[in-house]
Structures are given as C-alpha cells and as structure tokens.
Design a protein around this ligand. Structure first.
Ligand code: UDP
Length: 315
C-alpha cells in the first residue's frame, strides 16, 4: 500500500486517478482549489477512509503532511477556452505548482509523474507525433500560456531528475473524454455531445478538417498508472491513435446520440493545431499499454453519464 498525492484530484482525470488508486488499495490525498475541478467528482469515493481531500491552490501552497510515496501533478485548467480565461493561473500552476509538487516528492523520495500534454508539440509538422519530436510552438501566441507552460513544467521535471536523481515520469496526454468531463468545459467532445443531446446545432470551428485523436478516460488512466508504476523517466505519449476530423467526429456523435442536429461553422481559434495523433510505440514497448475502447463505445458511455447527471438535476 502506498500513500499517493494527486494534485488536481477533483478534476476530470485527477478524480479518475484517485478512484483507480483507491480501488487497488492505496491511500490517496487529493489536492484541488476547485477552480475547474468539482467536489461532485469526489462523491463516489469521498467517504473511503483511505481518501483525504485538501482544498488548496498548489501554485501557492501544498499543505500535505505525513509520508508520501507518489506525487502526480495533475492540477491545471486543460480546456482551451478555460486556460485562455485563466492565463496567469495556468502558467503559475505549471511553473510554481510543478516546483512545489516536485519539492514534495523530493522531500519524501517519492515517485513523481507530471501531467504534460500533446500541446507541447504545438501545431505539429511531424505526423504522427513521437516523443522525440520537439514541436512547433509559438511562444507569444495565445495558446502559449498552456503549451509553453507545460513545456517549462517538463524542463523542471527533467531538471529534478538529473540534478537530484528524483524518480520522475512525464505523461503527454492527448485528447481524452469520458464521464466527469464537464458538459460546459468548452472542449470539442463535451460541446458536440451536449449539442447533439439537446438537438442544437453542432459548432464546428474552422472548416472541420482539422484532426484530433480521442482516448477514452479508462484507457488514459490505465496508461498513466502504468507509467506511475514503472521507472520510465522519458516522456511517454498516452493517447488513442485513431484520428478523426472534426466533421467525422460530429457525424459519429450524431449517430451515437441519434440526433438530427445540423452543423454550424464558427471561426477557428488562433493557433488551433491542424493535425494531432500520438505515436504510441514507446507506451507499447515500455509499458505494454495500448488503448482498448473504440470511440463509439466511449461516446455511448459519455452520453449515458450526461443523461444520469441530468436525472440527478446537474446539467
Ligand atoms: N472544436 C470545434 N467545436 C467546438 C470545440 C472545439 O470544432 O465546439 C475544435 C477545435 O477548434 C479543435 C478541436 O475541436 O480543432 C479540439 O478542440 P478542443 O478544445 O477539444 O481541444 P484541443 O485539442 O484544441 O486542445
């Protein structure tokens, strides 16, 4: 049994990680300032005696006492509209927050895993993206508040590894969806599914030919836990390589929901990457990991969860 700290533990991915560690018998401390995380995400396991919640902004403090075996730093806004609304907070949590989380791991000689992102590849000129690709990022563009901040967080993490011998890991997370993805968080899967359920127009940004590759949350979390359990220190892509244009995604969503929603076209956000797809050779070779859940099945699970949320009076 280990005692594991998950920053961002009330968030979409963070709460699934907490749940997975509790299920296998670990103790979990979730730290979250509830800016984009939600207390509701903790409800399924909040009463577990092995679970503890600490409400704190890890950019300012990380008030965890007692022994710690693992630190997973998952605190950050992750949806483009949200990190663009919270640009300084996003940079703080990736810089000051990562430093604090690394210091907690160092003080306890704990395993550390950083939640990084496919955004470190920017608008990639290499396709699909292997971890060796160093990316195409505009440091002064609007998205830099997230992608440059996460790149800096990776640099900090590798510095603690090289300087102090800290056992660190870096997961580059590609687009992920599933239960607890907030309906109003502004990302494409939540937007399209909610619009389809409501029979409202589906908002396609640009001409809809840009691509993303969507990983179901259970697959993503299994990959992150495999990385945590390993001693791999180099960055690892965890994502589903099945690539879709946004027009194709809209079609699949309409089919799964059984929705007649029409499409409306809206402007493409500045710096929106044209193509994104993980090369998961490293995850396969080093972790024995690959995704299992096809998009249609994962979307059906997400639709069911949104409908349950509504039945509970939470939209
Ligand atoms: N997108 C869209 N309609 C929406 C929301 C997003 O067409 O209502 C597009 C967005 O422009 C991007 C892709 O979907 O090309 C994925 O966007 P998301 O915000 O989910 O995440 P990103 O991969 O850009 O970080």
């Amino acid at each position: 049994m280990s005692r594991i700290v998950v920053t961002g533990g009330a968030g979409f991915l963070g709460s699934h990680l907490c749940e997975r560690f509790l299920e296998r018998g670990d103790e979990v401390v979730a730290v979250d300032d509830l800016s984009t995380g939600r207390r509701e995400n903790l409800e399924p396991f909040a009463s577990d005696p092995r679970f503890e919640f600490v409400e704190a902004d890890v950019s300012r403090e990380l008030p965890v006492t007692g022994p710690v075996d693992g630190v997973l730093h998952f605190a950050s806004p992750a949806s483009p509209p949200e990190y663009l609304e919270m640009p300084l907070e996003t940079m703080d949590v990736a810089s000051l927050g990562t430093r604090r989380a690394l210091d907690l791991a160092l003080a306890n000689d704990a395993r550390f895993v950083l939640a990084s992102t496919s955004e470190v590849y920017g608008d990639p000129l290499v396709h699909p993206q292997p971890e060796s690709y160093t990316g195409n990022v505009d440091p002064t563009g609007p998205r830099a508040v997230y992608d440059e901040a996460k790149r800096f967080a990776e640099t900090l993490t590798m510095t603690y590894h090289r300087l102090h011998g800290l056992r660190t890991g870096i997961v580059r997370i590609f687009n992920t969806y599933g239960p607890r993805l907030r309906p109003a968080d502004g990302r494409v899967v939540s937007n399209f599914v909610v619009q389809a359920i409501d029979g409202k127009p589906i908002t396609v940004y640009g001409d809809g030919t840009q691509t993303r590759s969507f990983c179901y949350v259970d697959d993503e979390v299994r990959g992150i836990v495999a990385l945590y359990d390993s001693d791999v220190s180099e960055p690892v892509n965890i994502g589903n390589p099945d690539e879709y244009t946004m027009l194709e995604l809209a079609d699949v969503v309409r089919e799964v929901v059984g929705s007649p929603s029409e499409l409306v076209f809206e402007p493409l956000p500045v710096g929106d990457p044209a193509r994104r797809r993980p090369d998961i050779t490293r995850a396969r070779d080093l972790l024995g990991w690959e995704p299992r859940v096809p998009l249609r099945d994962g979307l059906a699970a997400l639709v069911a969860w949104y409908q349950e949320e509504r039945a509970r009076g939470r939209a």
